[in-house]
Design a protein around this ligand. Sequence first.
Ligand code: MLC
Ligand code: AMP
Length: 496
Amino acid sequence: MLTRFTQAQLRPDSVAILDAQGAHTYESLWNKSSQVAQQLLGGRSDLGQECIAFMVSPGMNYVATLWGIWKAGGIAVPLCLSYPLPSLAYVIEDTQASALVLEPTFLDLLQDYALEKGIPHHLAEALQVGPVVATLPDIALDRGALILYTSGTTSLPKGVLSTHANLEAQISTLIAAWHWNSSDHTLCLLPLHHVHGLVNVVSCALSAGATLQFLHPFQADTVFSIFLEGKVNVFMAVPTIYFKLIAEFDSYSESKKEALRSCMKAFRLMVSGSAALPVSVMEKWKQVSGHTLLERYGMTEIGMAISNPYQGDRRAGYIGTPLPGVKVRLVDEENQEVASGLSGEIQIQGPGVFAKYWGKVEATAKAFTESGWFKTGDIAVVEEGYFRILGRDSIDIIKSGGYKISALEIEEVLRSHELVKDCAVVGIPNEEWGELVAAVLVPETELDLTELKHWLKERLPNYKSPKIYQILSDLPRNAMGKVVKNELKSIFSSTT
Ligand code: MLC
Ligand code: AMP
């Protein structure tokens, strides 16, 4: 049995999940996920690594579906809840999902599509009925477990396939490093189609036998109301969320601030990751909560790799040291390790590193060196033993609110608008969001931006849509004809 499931067997009566419907024990999670597995199998003995895509809101039904897919021998493909149909269709078709599991809310969006494509679709709730009589398959650790989509230096997102062994390694490393245990109670408000929410919060909490409370969607005032109930003791979020929480906290009366401060002081751990934590946010959060945030570094392809210590010096502006079991090196452009004190690309090896990009042999080969190191594309330096991120090797990757966004993907969509002759997308530094997506448009004729934004909503999720625009008659290009994006960034810097 997967180690992830051990605690569910050992502590049937403990509360595993708290969601909008109430409290659910580990026993009920175990039973519901077995029911999902049985229904997905439909009489077969093993799904044999078929991909099952699912669109279910954070909560008991989400986890029962995820575990059910794993128990039936399938590969889980969580869909982003804010994707419009074209983005969902891309993921479903790229994985060749054999079935869809939907929450009723998402039926309107996907039902016609699923019928047209002949993809069987189930309602998450309907899968959780009846006694379990089927024998569920044994799952070997080297089988595929999960595909998460990540944007990169190509215009189309890539599916990152992790095996069960990869996930077990990612989870066990964090449980040990951050002392997860069954007395923990964490609040999850992150999206569950990414490693931060899915692995670091949901999977670590449940593998440790802790209680996992869901809040969806994120709302700063509700987060604090939940904190005031005095149960949460572990909290993880992206820097933008800490920024928003600080703004909310500042709006409170002195007495409410004091009540919150004393409640947050009792937390065991507060973590930030997925994007650089501004030193100013770290310092303000310390004033708000009394906690020095533990900043760590990771990536969809590798799980978590580098972390500030649980006990010891957590340095502002630094991501820490390699986690146990993770090999990290810094290299130059020829993949040679750099001398001490020099900057280089972070490369990673270890049992948490993903198996492959789904259906992309060439992209997978390009992502690794000949000696098997995964190339992150992040540039760092080591100072007094701690890693500090300096930037990325590609200007086309934007991190906004913790989401990785490909400038090329957005440009491709914009260019398909009949009035857009040319365009370029860049990330503009912003304290709240890390970076803001900004687009420069060269229109064919006069272009109505309100109409364009409306048009984009049907083609891109909101978080990928540009937040600021500039209209130019031409894009600045170098002698090779390549758009000089740094020059475009400075146009925006003077306006933001
Ligand atoms: C929302 N908006 C964003 C955005 N999120 N814009 C840019 N970037 C984002 N990330 C926009 C919406 O489209 C909307 O625009 C406006 O902001 C308000 O939307 P909202 O839905 O009210 O925002 P909010 O709910 O406050 O969401 C903010 C957020 C969310 C920070 C909670 O972005 C979020 O959950 N981020 C976490 C992403 C994450 O988990 N990344 C981990 C990747 S894994 P408009 O125009 O409609 O008003 C990884 C590896 C690792 O990175 O190391 O962990
Ligand atoms: P994703 O592809 O969405 O998994 O995002 C991974 C990327 O997020 C990494 O390659 C980094 O660029 C960035 N990232 C994650 N954690 C941090 C951090 N603590 N500081 C800076 N960047 C980070």
